[in-house]
Design a binder for this molecule. Sequence first.
Ligand code: SAH
Length: 214
Amino acid sequence: MDEFTEMRKRMVDTQIITRGIRDRRVIEAMRKVPRHLFVDRSLWDEAYDDHPLPIDNDQTISQPYMVALMTEALELKGDEKTLEIGTGSGYQTAILAELSDTVYTIERIAPLLDKAKAVLSELGYDNIFFKAYDGTLGWEEFAPYDAIIVTAGAPRIPPPLMDQLKEGGRLVIPVGGKYSQELIKLVKRKGSFKETNLGGCRFVDLIGIHGWKE
Ligand code: SAH
């Protein structure tokens, strides 16, 4: 077992399983995806620690537990079409690609998207489609989606994302103020939405037409 495999195993045991993540497939994916490759080499020794890390353009890669919590809430079985808003480093994208059939991911900062694309293709993922765009508008062309995840904090849930969710689909998004949000899960049933609050969190801003102004 190499050094990073060892670090990943420890991360999953101490941060993910002990905090109540139960979905076997999520646990396996977190054990498998080499998180360190999504951050700068100078941060490799911290890549599996219990906190978010900086990436380029003043953005962050979420804490491992937050990635696990949000992913588990999407209830992925393997045959889903999943939409992700906020590609960032591409780490969460890799986890989704392990657990869904196809992932559509949107990032507003093109250089971040290009970097993520390079890492993900190097790792061999061929079920991910990328777009540099304002994700608060969703990705109409391939809608509806079984699962939608937003990894930036929104002042309110962008209506296009609710529209682009399939019947029975799950949407997970941090909603609230600029400095703290609540993690909200919506399930679409007969055109209406069942809402659950998964707890407090802190994300960088979702910037766009249905997000914060730049
Ligand atoms: N899931 C990422 C987290 C990145 S931080 C990871 O694992 O690394 C959130 C990202 O959302 C940032 O890269 C930011 O640029 C992006 N973002 C913010 N507003 C956006 C929007 N309207 N559309 C797409 N991406 C957006």
